[in-house]
Design a protein around this ligand. Structure first.
Ligand code: ZN
Length: 101
């Protein structure tokens, strides 16, 4: 038995001219279309034919879903990077603001 598991991704249902992003259960992220069980594609997140609502929701979903496995170990390193960036930023601001005085 080789049941192919449908995963989430972009799909183009016949009833819509736009591509919508469907979850595994067949519901589009914008909730305009449900029960779509056709083929889905990953990637192409910035395709012009993509549904704007789906795109927006997908972007916010990805932003709010941190990769937990890589966290912790890299936290210290990231804090170091941020500190360096902030220092550079402050330096740049000082340089920009310096001409005003
Ligand atoms: Zn949509």
């Amino acid at each position: 038995m080789s049941e192919q598991k449908i995963e989430e991704g972009w799909g183009a249902p016949a009833c819509s001219r736009k591509w919508h992003y469907f979850r595994a259960d067949g519901m589009s992220l914008c909730r305009k279309i449900g029960f779509y069980m056709g083929p889905r594609e990953q990637g192409k997140d910035d395709h012009p034919d993509n549904c704007a609502a789906c795109k927006k929701i997908l972007a916010s979903l990805r932003a709010s879903a941190p990769l937990r496995e890589t966290r912790g170990k890299e936290d210290v390193h990231r804090r170091d990077m941020e500190a360096t960036e902030k220092k550079d930023h402050a330096k740049a601001q000082r340089r920009e603001g310096g001409t005003a005085a």
